[in-house]
Design a protein around this ligand. Structure first.
Ligand SMILES: [Zn+2]
Length: 176
């Protein structure tokens, strides 16, 4: 499972992963090339979810703080332990949420909608002083180190737990 997941995570589109990592590739350093890269980003179909979250590459890349870990990457790319994703890569038979039975479990569902995490989500919202959603979360993170850490903690808790439970389910499937 860990390996299959790790391999599936590698299917993230190149522009999306580069933007999330804040890495403008070395060969694109020249200014005019950067412009081209930005255009590519704006037109990219594959990185659509990431683009919804990270609207402005410059602000994201030039933020003075905030590192992106494994689980934040999953939220930002949509590639992770989500029913939709596991189903797409034939790891799971259904795309539904194992926690609340919503028909499609994806990054948006888990982070912003799933009932299982409402308590933690609400406490995050109180903590950062605003509602969170796909359109606002990155903006909220970029407001302060404190906000960044609060979001990161929520994401690590929800996605880390899901992942551990999926690992256990996979182990049970192998034993049966
Ligand atoms: Zn759910």
């Amino acid at each position: 499972m860990a390996l299959r997941i790790a391999m599936a995570y590698r299917k993230v589109s190149t522009p999306a992963i580069l933007v999330v990592a804040g890495t403008i590739p070395a060969h694109l350093v020249a200014r005019e090339r950067q412009e081209k890269y930005r255009q590519k980003w704006d037109e990219s179909e594959k990185g659509r979810w990431t683009r919804r979250l990270i609207k402005d590459i410059d602000i994201w890349t030039n933020r003075g703080f905030g590192n992106v870990d494994f689980h934040l990457t999953q939220m930002l790319t949509g590639h992770g332990c989500f029913g939709y994703y596991l189903n797409k890569y034939k790891i799971r038979a259904s795309s539904e949420c194992v926690d609340c039975q919503a028909p499609v479990d994806d990054a948006e569902h888990t982070i912003f909608m799933c009932d299982r995490w409402w308590r933690e989500r609400r406490s995050l919202e109180v903590n950062v002083g605003s509602d969170i959603g796909a359109e606002s979360i990155v903006q909220i993170m970029l407001q302060s180190k404190r906000n960044w850490l609060a979001v990161k903690t929520f994401v690590a808790k929800s996605l880390g737990t899901k992942e551990e439970e999926e690992r256990q389910a996979e182990r049970r499937r192998m034993l049966n």
